[in-house]
Design a protein around this ligand. Structure first.
Ligand SMILES: [Zn+2]
Length: 481
């Protein structure tokens, strides 16, 4: 058996002004042919799961192109078309194969393409014809009708925080083998709701997600479905047909699959208010930190680079300076201009510069800092957290600025904030800090391009009514596939 494997992964925040270009993919990876196997086999990523399955079950992988960029603004049109066409050509060039496994995200948008994955799958279907296409997505996917129509199977991460990237690849390979060997014809059944669920409240280990997940798991077992995929979409994708729901893949019990999808969708809708994020005003959060023993993580989710925000919003830093906060604190700011000035000044020298607030001009403005340049790095290391374990990170040239007792990691490129290695790489131990402004997770009510205070964001494309943008929206749960 021969399976062609490839993919394009990026999560788009359509509010971000920063277009995603080829260089952003190069910074993480663009791999061709056998490089896919050589570079990714030992990482926590879908490709590694497929590679392991090929050894366990004895099929041959024909790698096409695999590329990932970190969450950010839309893909530049030319970048998307180049990567899409390259992938399709490489699949088309392989004449002898049994199936295609495509590794995608599901919430990627490009200039002129709100549903890039749908467009990619539609065009791929034209060359793959009747052979099976098995697609993997992120739990934060916005699964569209176009994606469902042009895939034979859609699978996705079952965890948030995402720990099962490898497992998702492995599951995709197993189901592909089943389709090819047993010649089964699976069908996808999906209920989709006009709501998105904020990442902060959708841990698959916590309520109310646990209720929906355990129901879906039970149905999978009871009715022998091939798989389920509970997708939450992500809130910063302003596209017409945005939504969350349950997708079931099955080759039997179709009516039960429909009932199961409707039931789980009803649970999400019924508990929609329980997913609301409770936010704490910046000054209150700083006061709380002052009155707490030990480390406090101020989660600046509003500027989370993991949600595609620019990572240069300095409102919390400004508040810390205004309050003359003087305990050991750490944070990151993306600002290539400031990095350049600090490098010119050199280690142990003073700089006076305007930091951050240059990309997110809507919600932030630069803060003036008089700082000492403590150290300079090249910004390259491998991630150590479970999500994308082992994947190379490139923060670009990186400097540590110290203002009072605040250590500011200033980077040329955007930083994924959920991995403590970002701090440890530059010799800082976040556990020793009083305050660590993580660009991820919960709580502080900062205004930013990935805010969970959705009323401040300029949604204009998503079909209304939509929850929580229309807080009292009424809706009857329905099937879309
Ligand atoms: Zn995700």
């Amino acid at each position: 058996m021969k399976i062609v494997v490839g993919g394009i992964v990026q999560e788009t925040n359509t509010f971000s002004p920063i277009l995603t270009k080829i260089q952003d993919f190069k910074d993480i990876f663009i791999l061709y042919g056998k490089e896919v196997i050589e570079d990714l086999a030992d990482k926590n990523i879908e490709y590694a799961g497929i590679i392991k399955a090929s050894k366990d079950f004895g099929f041959k992988i024909i790698p096409a192109i695999a590329c990932n960029a970190w969450p950010s603004g839309k893909l530049e049109k030319g970048t998307y078309i180049k990567l899409r066409d390259e992938l399709i050509k490489r699949v088309d060039d392989v004449k002898d194969y049994d199936a295609v496994i495509l590794v995608l995200h599901g919430s990627m948008a490009a200039e002129g393409f709100d549903d890039t994955e749908g467009n990619l799958l539609k065009m791929l279907r034209e060359v793959v014809k009747e052979k099976p296409i098995i697609t993997t997505l992120d739990l934060h996917a916005n699964v569209t009708k176009e994606m469902v129509t042009n895939s034979d199977v859609i699978l996705g991460y079952l965890t948030y925080p995402h720990t099962d990237l490898f497992d998702t690849g492995y599951r995709a390979a197993k189901i592909t083998i089943k389709i090819v060997k047993e010649k089964i014809k699976p069908k996808m059944v999906m209920a989709k709701l006009p709501l998105f669920l904020p990442p902060q409240t959708t841990s698959t280990k916590e309520e109310p997600m646990v209720k929906a997940v355990s129901k879906a798991k039970n149905y999978l077992k009871d009715y022998n479905f091939l798989s389920y995929f509970l997708f939450t979409a992500q809130p910063w994708l302003d596209v017409h047909d945005l939504g969350s729901g349950l997708l079931v893949v099955t080759d039997k019990n179709f009516e039960k699959a429909k009932d199961s999808c409707l039931d789980v969708a009803e649970i999400l809708w019924k508990h929609r208010h329980d997913f609301d994020v409770k936010l704490t005003p910046i000054n209150d959060a700083i006061e709380e930190a002052k009155n707490t023993n030990g480390l406090v993580v101020l989660s600046d989710a509003a500027d989370s680079t993991s949600s595609g925000a620019p990572g240069d919003n300095v409102n919390i830093l400004q508040a810390l300076l205004d309050k003359e906060f003087n305990e050991l604190s750490m944070l990151t700011v993306v600002d290539p201009e400031a990095v350049n000035l600090a490098v010119k000044a050199g280690i142990n020298n003073k700089v006076n510069l305007n930091l951050g607030g240059k990309m997110d001009k809507i919600f932030s403005k630069p803060v003036n800092v008089k700082a000492v340049v403590k150290s300079i790095y090249d910004g390259k290391f491998k991630l150590e957290s479970k999500t994308y374990f082992g994947i190379k990170m490139n923060m670009g040239k990186t400097v540590i600025l110290k203002v009072n007792n605040i250590y500011i990691i200033v980077t040329e490129k955007r930083v994924i904030g959920y991995d403590p290695k970002v701090y440890r790489y530059v010799g800082l131990e976040p556990k020793n800090a009083k305050i660590d402004i993580a660009k991820k997770m919960i709580d502080v009510d900062n205004k930013g391009l990935a805010s969970s205070n959705f009323s401040i964001l300029p949604y204009k494309n998503v079909k209304r009514p939509f929850y929580p943008l229309d807080y009292d929206a009424k809706f009857k749960v329905q099937m879309i596939s």
